[in-house]
Design a protein around this ligand. Structure first.
Ligand code: EPU
Length: 432
């Protein structure tokens, strides 16, 4: 088990370059299964989830070749199995559910273990199943395996989602791109990564219109033939460094961003008294005063993202006054608040609401990352804290943030990664 040791009271200064979007990459890699030809995918973040997915594709018979550290060529022409037997890998992440949509779209059938991923309470997949069924598949879940199959092939249809779901929207797009006829998705998710996946599929020969709006129309095509595609920058990784700059009171330029995607985050930072200067593809974040309290509610895009909630709640622990944070997407996404309390936070959770009373300082403590964004929130708390913070279970963080220790160190953070495996002892990751 690896851990991070953070010596706090450290204002962050400098530039940081954002990697490709995790939640695009984890859908685009499975989407390559739909393509009979070579997909050259650029800006793939080097994180555990993408490695796991590429490993699964390789075991299915895909030819995978890294052209450089973030560009990968994936050729699934010779994949001829619809059954994913890497149960351990599948259970380690949420995004493995995209293998169902992609295999169903390619072969009309799919057999994949139930997904895992961060624990925010019950995470149903009923809307994914409803979508597959609308396209003519029969779906069963038995012994932890999702078994989906069309009698002959999938046929396009109207799919109305009862609630907004990123995963279900992307999964139905994957299943529908090669179905016979037209599929119309109503009430889809509009996140930038949903649009990115649609753009990837279109670049490979699909016919998807309206991604990012209230209705997505997909005309099924016979084949997807391959091509080149660059994944968009990661909105949440960018937001994480913006909040880290604001919370520590330093000044950071976050490079390689699409400022429009950052609006829902920048607007709340400005409300907290933080300056966010926008340039073409970068943002500079700093503050001249204290952090102001505010109220916040997470919502589907273009609302404030749930994946930024732990980082913001952590920053608001250091604001003047009382803030109220409401989680509008998941039932249980405040588990990390117990860990923040160990560092001195004055925050109370009641269901989906967290009331935060500002304190002057966190104090370093031994804490545990309980999921990806919670883990990075504890890193931000540690950077601001008096004394030393020790964060365990950092594997969660490395599932989704590329070179996070290296990037924070490049901004002046004092972080050491320690591996408790004897052969990997202290790995000092060199700063830029
Ligand atoms: N939901 C249902 N039924 C479904 C699907 C979802 O009731 O069939 C509910 C969920 O329980 C939740 C809400 O709908 O209350 C939204 O869930 P959604 O399906 O949008 O989430 P997801 O696809 O499981 C993705 C991201 C998450 C991100 C959410 C919301 C991936 C791999 N995961 O999850 O990312 O929080 O969308 O934007 O794309 C993260 O990156 O840290 C992360 C957790």
């Amino acid at each position: 088990m690896d851990k991070y040791i953070i010596r706090g009271n450290n204002k962050l200064y400098g530039d940081v370059v954002v990697s490709g979007a995790k939640n695009s990459a984890v859908a685009i890699i499975p989407a390559a299964l739909l393509v009979e030809g070579k997909c050259v995918i650029e800006n793939v973040p080097d994180i555990n989830d993408t490695k796991l997915l590429l490993g699964i594709l390789k075991n299915l018979g895909a030819e995978i070749l890294f052209l450089d550290t973030t560009t990968v060529s994936v050729d699934c022409t010779h994949v001829n199995v619809f059954c994913v037997s890497d149960y351990e890998s599948v259970r380690k992440m949420r995004a493995s559910y995209y293998l169902v949509g992609a295999l169903l779209g390619r072969f009309g059938k799919a057999k994949v273990g139930m997904p895992g991923g961060c624990d925010f309470g019950v995470r149903p997949i009923d809307q994914h199943i409803k979508g597959f069924e609308r396209l003519g598949a029969k779906v069963d879940i038995e012994h932890g395996i999702i078994n989906a199959a069309a009698e002959d092939h999938l046929v396009g249809s109207n799919v109305y989602f009862d609630g907004i779901s990123v995963g279900a929207t992307i999964n139905v797009m994957l299943a529908a791109v090669r179905a016979e006829g037209q599929t119309i998705i109503e009430n889809p998710a509009k996140e930038p990564h949903v649009v990115d996946v649609a753009n990837f599929l279109n670049a490979m020969g699909a016919d998807i219109r309206g991604a990012g709006t209230d209705i997505i129309k997909i005309r099924g095509v016979k084949t997807l033939y391959g091509g080149n595609y660059a994944i968009i920058p990661d909105q949440i990784e960018a937001g994480t460094y913006m909040v880290a700059a604001a919370a520590t009171g330093g000044k950071v330029t976050v490079k390689n961003v699409i400022p429009k995607h950052m609006d829902c985050i920048s607007v709340k930072l400005r409300e907290a008294g933080i300056t966010v200067d926008e340039h073409d593809d970068c943002l500079t974040v700093y503050r001249d005063c204290c952090i102001s309290r505010l109220n916040l509610k997470t919502l589907p895009y273009p609302g404030f993202p749930t994946d930024m909630q732990p980082q913001f709640t952590t920053m608001l622990c250091l604001a003047q006054g009382t803030s109220v944070v409401t989680e509008g997407v998941f039932d249980h996404r405040f588990k990390y608040v117990d860990e923040l309390r160990r560092m001195g936070a004055l925050a109370d959770v009641d269901g989906r609401i967290c009331v935060v009373n500002g304190i002057k300082k966190f104090t370093g403590a031994a804490v545990k990352a309980c999921d990806l964004r919670a883990g990075v929130a504890l890193m931000i708390a540690g950077l601001c804290a008096d004394g030393v913070t020790e964060i365990t279970d950092v594997e969660f963080i490395e599932r989704g943030y590329e070179n996070i220790v290296y990037k924070f160190k490049g901004l002046g953070a004092n972080i050491t990664k320690i591996s408790e495996e004897p052969d990997k002892q202290i790995s000092e990751i060199k700063a830029v």
